[in-house]
Ligand binder design. Structure first.
Ligand SMILES: *Cc1c(COP(=O)(O)O)cnc(C)c1O
Length: 482
């Protein structure tokens, strides 16, 4: 493909994507394929001779699309949203075109500098305390990680290094191995499973702190496990709080937890992967109260702030905590400016070396929506969640299982878990809408998450009618069996 063909095909590809998104409602939200469907449809090995673009594009419709789950369909209510917007898609094309690898300032100055400024913009948009911002000479600052899982891992590893140094400074006879064997990280019993996986990778024990009746970790619950573990000779070093849990969008009590962590030399990381985007609206910022005692904070603009995957924003109060833990200076990576103190070399803030120019998509989205546009978007989704909640509440065969605070509604039929499993199965078998379940304590329930950028009241009404029709059938069959 030469440049003139790229021009032509590029325009066609934009049309293909625009058509896809414009008509996405007409596609079945969840595919019909079985595992292994794809291999028989394509050759066993790559073609020897070059093929034509038209043929590839034809195969996209024939081979790929039948196996796609359409996350941006307004009938998709599963998991949490993943962001998509036209400005972000275009910025990603530009990022691919520039194609730089921004591991150091010198490896592409604009890539580093725009990222630092965008994280400051975003931090100000959600009213993050100024210690987390880079400004011109701040000690804190932000970085784009690929995912929330990585942000938690980076925080956990930096906290581990800090804890080892602290303990060794108090007791020089202890080896690193002695200390790591006694380190414990904590998180909520409702935390995302990635936190536990991060503990496995970091080689530290991880304990789940029990939550209260609102599925929130309270200070008293953390205090209790810390006291027990310290008495047993363990070294608590890390706590990952969750704002907006994946199961039911509950919020840990940062105001109670932060002071305990600060006093006990425990790094407090705050995972707000989904809920963080809502803090662009002043009316939801009460949920962030207590953030001033955190060491690091993370949320995913790629979930709910219209910036396509991947874009996970992470801030630290002390950038030196990361750079001390991860700094490696190979000769081929050194550059003239790195000793000046003004320079950010983002490779020290993350696990990989390479990084894409991801801040472009934030810049495009923030400018084309404006803070007001982003606020409107969040508010619309929250409103739709309450509309669905009201529908559930009007039908007394159903119950709401957790407070609806943002865009997630947890609900179930009053009755057994088996009944609700059957309801979910009939919904996902019909494939008119798509949902996923969760287990909240002993209850199996259905999660209805407002996801698509284009979802409207009509889709919510349709979804509820459809769910109640399936529930009617199910309850009728059950009634006949009894
Ligand atoms: C979605 C989610 C994650 C995982 O996000 P990734 O960016 O895919 O790693 C972590 N924590 C919470 C609370 C989430 O909702």
């Amino acid at each position: 493909m030469d440049v003139s063909e790229f021009r032509k095909r590029g325009k066609e590809m934009v049309d293909y994507v625009a058509d896809y998104l414009e008509k996405i409602e007409t596609r079945q939200v969840y595919p019909d394929v079985e595992p292994g469907y794809l291999r028989p449809l394509i050759p066993d090995s790559a073609p020897e001779e070059p093929e034509r673009f038209e043929d590839i594009l034809k195969d996209v419709e024939k081979i790929i699309m039948p196996g796609v789950t359409h996350w941006h369909s307004p009938y998709f209510f599963a998991y949490f949203p993943t962001a998509s917007s036209f400005p972000a898609l275009l910025a990603d094309l530009l990022s691919g075109g520039i194609g730089c690898i921004g591991f150091s300032w010198a490896s592409s100055p604009a890539c580093t500098e725009l990222e630092t400024v965008m994280l400051d913009w975003l931090g100000k948009m959600i009213n993050l305390p100024p210690q987390f911002l880079a400004g011109k000479d701040g000690e804190g600052g932000g970085v784009i990680q690929g995912t929330a899982s990585e942000a938690t891992l980076v925080a956990m590893l930096a906290a581990r290094t800090k804890a080892i140094q602290r303990v060794q400074s108090e007791n020089r006879t202890l080896t690193q191995g002695d200390i790591i064997g006694r380190l414990v990280a904590y998180t909520s019993d409702q935390a995302h499973c990635s936190v536990e996986k991060d503990g496995l990778i970091a080689g530290v024990k991880i304990k789940h702190v029990p939550t209260d009746e609102k599925f929130a970790v309270r200070g008293s619950a953390l205090r209790k496990v810390l006291d027990e573990d310290k008495a047993a000779g363990l070294i608590p070093f890390f706590f990952c709080a969750t704002l907006g849990t994946t199961t039911c969008c509950s919020f840990d009590k940062l105001q109670e937890l932060g002071p305990i962590c600060n006093k006990e030399n425990i790094w407090m990381h705050v995972d707000a992967a989904y809920a963080g985007s809502s803090f662009v609206c002043p009316e939801f910022r009460y949920l962030l109260s207590g953030i001033e005692s955190a060491d690091s904070f993370n949320f995913n603009p790629h979930k709910w702030l219209l910036v396509n995957f991947d874009c996970s924003a992470m801030w630290v109060k002390k950038r030196s905590d990361l750079t001390c833990a991860f700094k490696m200076d190979a000769v081929y990576l050194k550059h003239d400016h790195q000793e000046s103190g003004l320079i950010t070399d983002y490779r020290h803030w993350q696990i990989p070396l390479g990084r894409r120019f991801r801040s472009l998509k934030m810049w495009f989205v923030f400018r084309m929506y404006g803070v007001k546009g982003l606020q409107e978007y969040i508010r619309k989704h929250v409103k739709l969640a309450h509309e669905f909640e009201d529908l559930v509440l009007q039908d007394d065969r159903f119950e709401i299982c957790a407070d609806v605070i943002l865009g997630l509604v947890c609900f179930r039929l009053k009755g057994t878990n088996e009944l609700n499993e059957a309801l979910l199965k009939s919904i996902n078998d019909a494939k008119k809408i798509h949902l996923v379940p969760c287990q909240l304590r002993e209850k199996f329930l259905l999660r209805f998450a407002i996801c698509a950028r284009t979802v409207e009241s009509a889709h919510i009404q349709f979804a509820w009618e459809h769910i109640t029709e399936l529930a009617n059938k199910l309850l009728k069959v059950q009634g006949q069996q009894q």
